[in-house]
Ligand binder design. Structure first.
Ligand code: NDP
Length: 493
């Protein structure tokens, strides 16, 4: 029987655990070695902020304070940029490329040595399930340093043509959804290319960045090569506009990316922008349904949906929509929402109260605009910020939940009849970061991928990452690439 016909008739085997079968608690017990508070990391040392101001960082699963974090102001950003410039002029640009590579290898190995401790710290500060920080964030972070270490002395082979040079000081600002991994995406290529760095982590997730500073000290990285300034959006803005930052690299929302570009238009700073997304995950009638369901779940519920490339719009070919949605609902009932430190947890805490309200508001708009909502029955913890995995059916192109980035565990399902309609709907968005295609036919994968306006396209899988593979967007998802040869070229002039 052809796979498309089989998909419409195949009976669904139910495997519902839900509340019937309770797992024993399986808490991760490694010590995250948190300090009471964290200062700034400038010129190889921990220094107090000039303003003497600090703010709290909280655990979103318990709403309890974890530590206090330094608030950097204009003077601290200036000190950090000057330290980076000095390090570039006096040390980093003078040592051999192979030496630079050795530091990166050392950092990668030290991260591996401390990975359990870092994974727990990441989960406590951000709310993501421990199995994700342990099995994805930390291994990928180390992999980025290993990969770029190998490139440090081979830059001349990146592309033919005249030799290219590092910029000098690079200013980098990152978001809260993958705090340590985004830091690695930024710092590893910048250093491999021979630049020095000043980086600002997100206000709500600075802990692993400051722990990373201790790794730099253990690796004996020359002072000033990497400087970490914590603080709010104003700290980020100071860094972006500082006269010494010749290149800036930003990952965050399209809204803030626009503000930065507006302010820096007309300057000679080079820029890369990794912004938001509203990816289409497209399922054709001949897709392998059970695998597709796993891909859809991974695509939207990984990291509570706080993922720029999340497959947040599911486009399903009409003939199999009913069968697929039925399987998805059954699968949703098996997802375990709760304590992020428990190794059985699939969906951890929503990152903050503000993010939870945004998700709630967009879900309410979906109901008001006439889409049908489905949430499995599960009990959410009483404390902390949690949200049930959610599906919307009957979604139309004009609904806010089909257009706006929700950045939460909420899937909007639309249907299509023909390949052209799927492409039209997939491209009907301001964004263009990523997409997924599910079908048995390789030729169809190529045809759809060529027509989609998205920087990353997965076929019969989703959320697969590799440091060698460039990542970045089209349209309002930004410009520039991170990872691979293309990512390195963005750090050379
Ligand atoms: P924001 O844009 O709000 O913040 C990102 C970073 O920018 C934070 O460190 C923030 O500081 C800082 N910031 C805020 N205002 C300014 C400013 N005026 N100038 C300079 N820096 C500023 O995004 P979120 O942290 O909320 O992250 C979620 C967004 O990031 C989503 O839209 C997501 O799609 C996108 N993202 C994109 C990725 C990609 O690769 N394309 C990857 C990951 C996320 P503070 O924390 O203090 O507000």
């Amino acid at each position: 029987m052809p796979s498309a016909a089989r998909n419409k008739t195949k009976p669904v085997r139910e495997l519902i655990f839900g509340d019937f079968w309770e797992y024993d608690p399986a808490p991760e017990t490694a010590d995250p070695k948190l300090q009471e508070g964290y200062d700034l990391f400038i010129d190889g040392k921990f220094v107090k902020p000039r303003s003497k101001k600090y703010f709290d960082t909280v655990n979103p699963a318990t709403e309890k304070k974890l530590a206090f974090i330094a608030q950097a102001d204009e003077r601290d950003v200036n000190n950090a940029c000057e330290a980076a410039q000095q390090a570039f002029d006096k040390t980093w640009s003078r040592i051999s490329a192979a030496e630079r590579g050795k530091y990166l290898y050392r950092i990668a190995r030290l991260l591996q040595d401390h990975s359990r401790e870092f994974a727990v710290a990441e989960t406590l500060d951000g709310g993501k399930p421990i199995k994700e920080s342990r099995d994805f964030d930390l291994p990928m972070t180390a992999a980025h340093f290993f990969y770029h270490a190998g490139w440090a002395d081979k830059l001349e082979y990146l592309m033919p043509g005249p030799k290219r040079s590092p910029y000098g000081v690079v200013g980098q600002v990152i978001p809260w959804n993958f705090p340590l991994l985004m830091l690695a995406w930024k710092i590893a290529p910048a250093l491999a290319a021979g630049n020095c760095v000043v980086i600002k982590p997100a206000e709500t997730t600075s802990i692993t960045a400051m722990k990373f500073a201790t790794i730099l000290q253990q690796a004996d990285l020359p002072p000033g090569v990497v400087n970490i300034v914590t603080g709010n959006g104003e700290t980020g803005a100071e860094l972006m506009r500082h006269k010494l930052t010749r290149k800036i690299a930003f990952t965050g929302s399209t809204e803030v990316g626009r503000i930065i570009m507006r302010e820096l238009a007309g300057t000679d700073k080079a820029m890369t922008m990794e912004l938001g997304g509203k990816a289409a995950n497209i399922v054709f009638e001949d897709a392998p349904l059970d695998q597709t369901v796993e891909g859809i779940v991974n695509g939207i519920f990984f990291n509570q949906g706080h993922v720029c490339c999340a497959g947040s719009r599911l486009l399903v070919q009409e003939g199999i929509a009913e069968a697929l949605i039925e399987r998805l609902k059954i699968r949703l009932a098996t997802l375990r929402v709760g304590d992020p430190l428990d190794k059985n947890t699939d969906i951890g805490a929503i990152h903050s109260a503000a993010q939870l309200s945004r998700i709630q508001a967009l879900v309410e708009s979906g109901v008001e605009e006439g889409a049908e909502v489905y949430q499995p029955s599960c009990t959410l913890p009483e404390q902390g910020y949690f949200f049930k995995p959610t599906l919307f059916t009957g979604v139309t192109q004009s609904h806010r939940i089909a257009q706006e980035e929700i950045f939460g565990p909420v899937l909007s399902i639309l249907t299509f009849r023909t390949l052209d309609e799927a492409i039209e709907k997939a491209n009907n968005t301001l964004y263009g970061l990523s997409a997924g295609v599910w079908t048995e036919k390789g030729s169809r994968v190529h045809k759809v991928a060529a027509a989609l306006k998205a920087g990353v396209i997965w076929a019969n899988t989703y959320n697969k990452f590799d440091p060698a593979s460039p990542f970045g967007g089209y349209k309002q998802s930004g410009f520039g690439r991170e990872g691979g040869r293309q990512g390195l070229l963005d750090y050379l002039t």
